[in-house]
Design a protein around this ligand. Structure first.
Ligand code: GLN
Length: 278
């Protein structure tokens, strides 16, 4: 079978499974099994695919048809121009989270200490350290050892020096920081079952479940922040599209002022950031 036919077969099966990105996903999976790049494909589409490659492609197409996230199959997720390693047990970086990077980057100065709570794959912490000025030191925490293992692999992959600490929120954190960032779990428990099967059945609940009203981690992280954040320091959260008012109120009640909300590219509120008052 030639590659063009194999691609069409895979794309058709994805489409039939209800996949709205069948072209993109079939292309990504074909590249994954063949090692072809986007520019190789048009040149090689008429070549015979090897029996092993045919089998491998059909198998990953079946997994994707069963709603396994593309990024868990390929092992990578793009974030802010880099491919982060991911696997089950760690939340897949979202495009929306780039809003948090853009909101925080202008605040980074050499010598600062950055704390990223619920770091997951490390995409926020490592991107800020890579994109910011040199001389910023970074700590990432997660309750999940599985997530921390992935964050450590990503730190190594990008040659970033960061402390990655297992901690139930602040339980193992004792330093003083200039900036705290976090994309905590913020989905209301009862909404989780209504999410896409990719998210609901494959991504870690621990990274999604913000408890009954979705705000539990904003309350806990805000409450604990004054003990480790410098006066005047910045606390910056990713938030759900409908959480701007609630999170702003939580931060203001918790001693933060000048809370700003930043929108994502779809125009939804996506980040809330404020300063610890004197
Ligand atoms: N943005 C993720 C989603 O909507 C949620 C991530 C989180 O809870 N922090 O699936």
């Amino acid at each position: 079978m030639i590659w063009r036919e194999l691609f069409a077969e895979g794309k058709g099966r994805l489409e039939a499974s209800g996949n709205e990105d069948s072209f993109y996903d079939a292309r990504a999976l074909l590249q994954f099994v063949s090692g072809m790049t986007m520019t190789d494909y048009p040149l090689r589409a008429g070549e015979e695919a090897g029996a092993h490659e045919v089998r491998a492609f059909r198998e990953v197409i079946s997994r994707r048809c069963a709603h396994e996230p593309l990024q868990y199959i390929t092992g990578y997720a793009p974030f802010f121009g880099r491919d982060f390693l991911v696997r089950p047990g760690v939340l897949i970086p979202r495009f929306d989270t780039e809003t948090l990077i853009e909101a925080v980057l202008p605040h980074l100065c050499p010598g600062m200490r950055l704390l990223d709570m619920c770091t997951g794959s490390g995409c926020i912490l490592l991107t800020l350290l890579l994109e910011g000025p040199s001389g910023v030191s970074g700590t990432g925490t997660d309750i999940s050892e599985e997530a921390l293992a992935v964050a450590r692999e990503n730190a190594e992959r990008f040659h970033v020096n960061a402390a990655l600490v297992q901690s139930n929120l602040y339980s193992n954190i004792h330093g003083v920081y200039d900036i705290i960032t976090s994309n905590p779990p913020y989905i209301r428990t009862r909404v989780i079952d209504m999410l896409a099967p990719e998210v609901r059945d494959h991504e870690p609940r621990l990274a999604l479940d913000g408890e009954e009203d979705g705000l539990a981690f904003y309350r806990r992280i805000t409450k604990g922040a004054p003990a480790v954040l410098k006066t005047g320091g910045l606390l910056a959260f990713e938030i759900g599209y409908d959480q701007a008012e609630s999170v702003t109120a939580i931060m203001e009640e918790g001693g933060f002022s000048r809370v700003n909300v930043f929108k994502d590219l779809a125009g939804n509120p996506r980040v809330a950031a404020g300063y610890l008052q004197e």
